[in-house]
Design a protein around this ligand. Structure first.
Ligand code: C2E
Ligand code: CA
Ligand code: CA
Ligand code: CA
Length: 283
């Protein structure tokens, strides 16, 4: 048993070494990648259940490393947050989104709403508003076209200064969403303290909505309460027709998920938008 314990220990130690080696490697590569602006933005459409219109897209960052291939944002975003690299990375993401918006404009697409994920540490910066304002002005982009997605965890942290910041952003024209709703600790009644426009129900609830009655009940009451608070509800991670059907019955406003489209690069998005219009006209 003792021998076994030692091997076990050695195994974990090796694994830990491998993990921290990867972390160090990734951190160095992230740093280089940010300097080289070596990231792409993909966009995932959001569809209104009422009108069948595409009401906007969510910007999702993508990173392809020369040596290890695609690294998921689930891995490099937390690392960027731990190392502070999230600040320059987030600013780069704003820049890239603005550039895409400019390009869409040249194609005649003037008012597609884009939501951007905001990391906690980025939002907490004292100059957060000034910095993003600078980037937007530099590219002649307007806040009216942008939506900021903040997680429950981010806005629940230190509410007074956060509320002040959110009100300022809303007055500038940004829309505000609460992301991954249901995974944090906030109660719905607490939400009316924040100037929000949208509530995004986390995929973990949507995933089992057709099979588990308790998830169904939770989603239904989130939607009811949100509407009472004048919030529009977005369901994330919708993958099947059955899920769309049940969400429609529950009066959910907007659907996002693989059922309609995976996140796609800017060019692919243009194709999707065109195809969508054609399909809509055909009914
Ligand atoms: P999130 O903000 O909750 O984004 C939704 C995630 O769900 C995305 O993963 C998206 O590709 C995925 N997804 C969308 N529809 C479906 C579906 O029907 N089924 C399944 N299984 N997944 C679906 P992604 O792009 O890997 O991003 C993961 C997380 O990384 C995001 O979660 C967000 O927290 C973070 N992230 C991604 N891009 C950015 C960014 O530009 N900035 C910041 N700060 N965080 C980002
Ligand atoms: Ca999001
Ligand atoms: Ca989410
Ligand atoms: Ca999520």
């Amino acid at each position: 048993a003792k021998q076994n314990g030692r091997n076990q220990y050695a195994f974990y130690f090796e694994e830990l070494k491998r993990d921290s080696k990867r972390q160090l490697f990734l951190e160095a590569e992230l740093r280089k990648g940010i300097q080289a602006k070596d990231f792409n933005i993909y966009y995932q459409p959001k569809i209104s259940l009422d009108t069948n219109e595409i009401v906007g897209v969510e910007a999702l960052v993508r990173w392809q490393n020369d040596q290890i291939g695609v690294v998921s944002p689930g891995e490099f975003i937390p690392l960027a947050e731990d190392t502070g690299l999230i600040i320059p990375l987030s600013e780069l993401i704003f820049e890239k989104v603005c550039l895409d918006i400019l390009e869409w404009r040249t194609l005649g697409l003037n008012n597609l709403n884009v939501s951007i994920n905001i990391a906690s540490l980025h939002f907490q910066q004292d100059n957060f508003i000034e910095r993003i304002n600078e980037i937007l002005m530099q590219y002649n982009c307007s806040p009216q076209q942008l939506e900021l997605e903040l997680t429950e965890r981010t806005i629940m942290k230190d509410s007074e200064s956060i509320i002040t910041k959110l009100i300022k952003l809303k007055n500038m024209g940004f829309k505000i969403s609460i992301d991954d709703f249901g995974t944090g600790y906030s109660s719905l009644s607490y939400l009316n303290r924040f100037p929000l426009n949208y509530l995004k129900i986390d995929r973990s609830f949507i995933q089992h909505i057709t099979s588990l009655k308790d998830k169904q009940a939770i989603v239904e009451s989130i939607i009811l309460m949100s509407h009472r608070l004048q919030l529009k509800v977005i369901a994330e991670g919708v993958e099947s027709k059955e899920q769309v059907k049940i969400l429609k019955e529950m009066n959910c406003d907007i659907i996002q998920g693989y059922y309609y489209s995976k996140p796609v690069p800017s060019k692919g998005l243009m194709d999707f938008l065109e195809l969508w219009e054609i399909l809509k006209q055909e009914g």
